[in-house]
Write a protein that binds this ligand. Structure first.
Ligand code: HEM
Length: 404
């Protein structure tokens, strides 16, 4: 069938076309179908910034307990991200104790040491893979440090986390993804048992010994199964996303050499580059919800009991909020960033993620002020709501000319 301007927009998040470049379709969704219904996958989608924001701020109308992916396969697991108010708040308080600004700040020297070690090992290489050799390793080691995961468990956890997000053509988790989920929980369960045998300071102790307190003041400690799942949640959320954000920034800086040159000359601009990378191509493109009541948007009703996705990736490019949204712009102000979610489920690791990415950009640019992409080696991940690359080989350009 010939595609004409009157062909209604179709959006299939699992198609290769969307995985490769969703932005032209996002534009059509925002303009032509801001309340989109997919017959094929049975979901509704909001894509304008104001709508994604409003739905994120209504956690009892758009609940998370039916799953936050399109497939909803994680439904029923005792994950923090799947809890709805008020229970969500009781559990979030416990995990929040880990991510205090002071604790996150105290991790910076360790993050820098790891980043320097990894990048120094790549200094003399003609070509290296930014993802496998750097952006995966950095957050993996930081998450492992944070959670006290021993060396021999780290690579298996990364490999299982990568397999976990694998999807087939219909968006269903592959058999291997299901197997990876079981392996990950088993690995985490082993760690919980080990920590019980040899208690130590740190995050584990904090999670074990901080009771969940409900509104009546009743207290309950997390069970071993809940602890294993909470560990898995933090390890996965803590490394899969940062591992994709860093290379998205590398691509942005390759395509925007002026921005790259400004960052090399003035590293105080790096935090702005981190924020802009989050907006320009976020690692998490949509948040899944379930409607508990009918709501009306732009004259269209989303009925109760429906899967709804909030496409932050589309909202991040909404021209109603961002001028020249497709442009990577270090001078952009982003007052209501959505890439870490918004409202009660706002990412707990946002400050840690920002710091890891800042350090990664600083150390990368200090050693490799210019590079070229090895286009033929670039591989995209095929996933649900984590968007990113699996391999990004780059060739550093050796030059003594500081103005390049
Ligand atoms: C660039 C990196 C990251 C991105 C883009 C990201 C994105 C997000 C988003 C969009 C949400 C909200 C999900 C929803 O509303 O359904 C979220 C929640 C969460 N994130 Fe992150 N995240 C990142 C890094 C991290 C890190 C480093 C950690 C921890 C080590 C972490 C832990 C969590 C947790 C525990 C939640 C659930 C919060 C709740 O439900 O109350 N994230 N993240």
């Amino acid at each position: 069938m010939a595609i004409t301007e009157t062909t209604p927009v179709t959006y299939d998040p699992f198609s290769w076309e969307i995985q490769h470049n969703p932005y032209p379709t996002y534009e059509r969704l925002r303009e032509e179908a801001p309340v989109y219904h997919s017959e094929k996958h049975g979901f509704w989608a909001l894509s304008r910034h104001a709508d994604v924001l409003a739905a994120s701020l209504a956690p009892l109308t758009f609940v998370s307990s039916h799953g936050v992916t399109l497939e909803g396969v994680e439904q029923g697991q005792p994950l923090l991200i799947l809890k709805d108010p008020p229970e969500h708040e009781w559990h979030r308080k416990v995990v929040s104790r880990v991510f205090t600004p002071r604790y996150v700040a105290s991790l910076e020297p360790y993050i820098r040491q790891v980043a320097c070690e990894l990048l120094d090992g790549l200094r003399d290489r003609e070509v290296f893979d930014v993802i496998e050799e750097f952006s995966v390793q950095l957050p993996l080691r930081v998450a492992a440090e944070l959670l006290g995961i021993p060396e021999d468990h780290r690579q298996p956890i990364h490999e299982a986390s990568d397999r976990l997000v694998d999807r087939d053509d219909d968006g269903k988790p592959t058999d291997d993804a299901m197997a990876a989920q079981i392996e990950l929980v088993a690995l985490m369960y082993e760690l919980v048992t080990e920590h019980r045998r040899n208690p130590s300071d740190g995050v584990f102790d904090l999670l074990v010994n901080s009771p969940v307190v409900d509104d009546e003041g009743n207290e309950e400690l997390l069970s071993d199964e809940e602890l294993a799942i909470r560990f898995q949640e933090l390890a996965f959320a803590g490394h899969e996303t940062v591992a994709r954000l860093i290379p998205n920034g590398v691509v942005a800086l390759t395509w925007t050499p002026d921005a790259r040159r400004r960052l090399v000359a003035d590293p105080s601009l790096v935090p702005a580059a981190v924020e802009e990378t989050l907006r320009w191509d976020a690692p998490s493109h949509y948040q899944g919800r379930w409607s508990t009541e009918a709501t009306e948007w732009h004259g269209v009703t989303i009925p109760a009991d429906q899967r709804v996705i909030l496409i932050t990736g589309a909202a991040n490019h909404d021209p109603r909020v961002y001028d020249h949204a497709e442009r990577f712009d270090l001078d952009r102000r982003n007052d209501r960033p959505l890439s870490f979610g918004f409202g009660v489920h706002l990412c707990l690791g946002a400050n840690l993620a920002r710091m890891e990415t800042k350090v990664a950009f600083e150390e990368l640019l200090a050693r490799f002020p210019e590079w070229e992409l090895e286009e033929s080696g670039i591989v995209r991940l095929r996933t649900g709501n984590v968007r990113g690359l699996a391999h990004l080989p780059i060739r550093p350009v050796r030059t003594t000319d500081p103005t390049r």
